[in-house]
Design a protein around this ligand. Structure first.
Ligand SMILES: [Zn+2]
Length: 74
């Protein structure tokens, strides 16, 4: 009886480890699918930072690219 219970216990451990390994691979695939979304959010943040690089001239109120030479026409 002891050896029989040991065999069942070993089989249960194998099944649990196998199922856990399958879940682990699924989680890796899910995380792999989430990474492109994160890069998309990162691209959105980059576009937002591009918008933040636009500076408003305190004299005439015209938005111009940061660092670019701006001359007030008005
Ligand atoms: Zn100006």
């Amino acid at each position: 009886m002891l050896s029989f219970s040991k065999i069942i216990f070993t089989a249960l451990v194998i099944v649990v480890v196998w199922q856990g390994f399958k879940l682990f691979n699924r989680s890796k695939q899910v995380s792999g699918n989430e990474q492109p979304k994160q890069t998309r959010h990162h691209k959105k943040e980059q576009s937002g930072s591009v918008a933040q690089e636009m500076e408003k001239c305190p004299d005439c109120g015209v938005y111009h690219a940061e660092g670019s030479s701006h001359r007030c026409d008005a």
